[in-house]
Ligand binder design. Structure first.
Ligand SMILES: [Zn+2]
Length: 422
């Protein structure tokens, strides 16, 4: 008994001492402040525990503007090196009578953070508890931006397109269009040499039809960086193809920190209909249709991030909707791309088992971009959606860009090896 009493007394004394330390530390420290009023910001703070240096929060997106799973916020008032605790829950926001989105979409094993807005790092794996997850980090700065994954905002896209055009005489910064909310949608076009357009392969690469899937924009950027690199294969592709690259399609939801997926009336990747709702789709369809009319819609790549537990894989149009040689060529391309991605070190999970976006996948399956292009494309058109895994240690800016580079390398090898009459 006495032992236990002594033990209890010791625990009580320790608790008093610790709370005293906590109180004096909190008194000495600045108050934590959380903001999300910047491009791509999104968070709803539930509780700020100043003494415990902890922020409880959930994603802040409007569910009418897509799945509320993206989050990104700045926490300021830190003492450099102190431990900051982030307690994340799934969003409870809903549209009508729908159930809230499963929390897992918002909860990577590791959160992403940056103290300078350029270098994005992973936290240690969070601890899952009571349906939420708790991340801790010790930023060496007075403020830190924390996010679901490495952000890629409209400003990032503009800078990327501008930098590439400045760096290379073969790249041109363009606008795809202006969005419904009047934001410019940057795109890059790339070609080298004098080969006439009619003799060039047409390659279209777009990311981020779903705004929360920030990793897909980094994949697009890696594709463009490889293409403008000194590699002989990249030069071959520039000389034999005309490549269009759009790093962010749903620019409005990306700018406002909304999820985009399943937005009202439907999202960008359910909008490839005869009367599209979104300006980006109207503009993209026009350019893709021109390539189809010229018989050179060779490669169409739509870049996404999948469900939390998925590896990197391809979604494809149902075989019943296609004719040969399109199925054979598509399979050759996806096998080649998966092989290349499997060679990346450190290794990243990839599966060459395609999944179909057919009638059982979604009622609006005909209006999914890669299906739309595959079903109306040329006989040789390869039109696929790459879902890049986002919940593992390689889900970083470097990891995503490596996948983009591998994908671009696969496009080059595939086109160079493809017979003239496929
Ligand atoms: Zn998506």
């Amino acid at each position: 008994m006495s032992c236990l009493r002594n033990a209890v007394s010791f625990v009580c004394l320790a608790a008093v001492l610790l709370s005293g330390i906590d109180a004096s530390r909190a008194a000495a420290a600045e108050l934590l402040r959380v903001t999300d009023d910047f491009e791509g910001g999104s968070a709803q703070v539930l509780e700020l525990d100043q003494a415990g240096r902890s922020v409880s929060f959930m994603p802040g997106g409007d569910p009418r503007r897509g799945w509320p799973c993206w989050w990104c916020m700045r926490v300021a008032g830190l003492t450099p090196g102190e431990t900051l605790t982030l307690r994340l829950r799934g969003s409870t926001a809903t549209v009508g009578n729908a159930k809230p989105l499963a929390a897992s979409w918002a909860m990577p094993d590791r959160a992403t953070f940056s103290i300078d807005g350029e270098t994005w790092l992973h936290t240690e794996p969070g601890k899952r508890q009571d349906g939420g997850i708790v991340y801790t980090l010790q930023p060496q700065a007075e403020s830190v931006v924390v996010a679901w994954g490495p952000p890629y905002t409209p400003a990032t896209a503009e800078k990327f397109v501008r930098d590439m055009a400045q760096k290379s005489p073969h790249a041109t910064a363009r606008l795809l269009c202006r969005s419904r909310e009047d934001r410019p949608v940057p795109m890059l076009s790339i070609r080298e040499g004098e080969l006439p357009a009619s003799e060039r392969f047409g390659v279209w690469v777009q990311a981020r039809q779903h705004a929360w899937e920030s990793g897909s924009s980094w994949v697009a950027q890696g594709f463009g960086e490889w293409l403008l690199s000194d590699a002989a294969e990249a030069a071959w592709l520039r000389r034999h193809a005309e490549i269009y690259l759009v790093p962010v399609m749903d620019i409005d939801n990306t700018a406002t920190g909304n999820g985009g997926k399943n937005a009202v009336p439907h999202d960008h990747n359910r909008d490839w209909s005869p009367q599209p709702h979104w300006n980006e789709i109207i503009a993209a369809q026009k350019q893709v249709n021109a390539l189809i009319d010229e018989g050179r819609m060779d490669i169409f790549l739509d870049l996404h991030n999948p469900a939390p537990g998925d590896p990197t894989f391809f979604f494809v149009a149902p075989d019943e909707q296609l004719k040969e040689p399109a199925i054979r060529l598509r399979n050759q391309f996806t096998d080649l791309a998966c092989d290349r991605i499997a060679q990346i070190r450190p290794s990243t999970p990839v599966s060459n088992k395609q999944r179909s976006t057919g009638p059982s996948y979604h009622p609006l399956w005909r209006q999914i971009s890669a299906n739309w292009v595959a079903m109306r494309g040329n006989p040789q058109t390869v039109s696929v959606c790459l879902e890049t895994s986002w919940n593992n240690p390689t889900s970083t800016t470097a990891g995503y860009r490596a996948i983009g580079a591998s994908l671009a390398g696969a496009v080059q090898t595939f086109l160079q090896e493809r017979p003239a009459t496929p």
